[in-house]
Design a binder for this molecule. Structure first.
Ligand SMILES: [Cu+2]
Length: 178
């Protein structure tokens, strides 16, 4: 019986296939990065963040070795159809609420990729919350995004932009920076 119990404990301790994690009141569901195009200098990271607590928390930073810089952005489409992005300094996760980081909305902008990201890989990152503090996650590299008509981060070269004075209105779809 004892050996079986240990075996069961070890099995439970193995990496979860479901790929989500709970830290305190926060649940981070499937943090992932669609595999960027070869040679891409930036990528978008996505997940859902659930706050099961009684108080709001705020995502105030992201750290990872896979990019020179990581920050939370919000994609918007202007009236003229041109996509823009804004740096979100603090993303509020309301008490009892869920915030989805997904294509066309909030995302973790990974700028200045330090290597290739290949489907199936897991890459460590740290989410920094105002109250919950540092939460270690792993981004799963998912299949490349398909479909047109939305912002394709793999074609956007953020590395050539001065983020401290970013004029989002100049960011279009053509990725002419390459
Ligand atoms: Cu972005």
């Amino acid at each position: 019986m004892k050996i079986l119990a240990i075996a069961a404990a070890l099995f439970i301790a193995a990496p979860a296939v479901a790929h989500d994690l709970t830290v305190g009141d926060l649940q981070i569901i499937h943090p992932h990065i669609p595999q960027p195009a070869p040679g891409a200098k930036s990528a978008g990271g996505y997940m859902a963040i659930v706050n099961n607590g009684a108080e709001a928390d705020r995502l105030v930073g992201v750290e990872t070795d896979i990019a020179g810089k990581a920050e939370v952005h919000e994609s918007k489409v202007a009236a003229d159809g041109v996509g823009t992005m804004e740096h979100v300094e603090a993303l509020e996760i309301p008490a009892g609420g869920t915030v989805s980081l997904e294509r066309g909305g909030y995302h973790v902008m990974l700028m200045g990729l330090t290597g290739t990201l290949t489907e199936g890989e897991m890459h460590k990152a740290t989410l920094i919350f105002e109250k919950a503090g540092r939460v270690e996650i792993e981004f799963q590299i998912d299949p490349p995004m398909m479909g047109m008509g939305q912002m394709d981060h793999s074609k956007m070269d953020h590395s050539k932009m001065d983020h401290s004075h970013m004029d989002h209105s100049t960011m279009g779809h053509d990725g002419a920076g390459d």
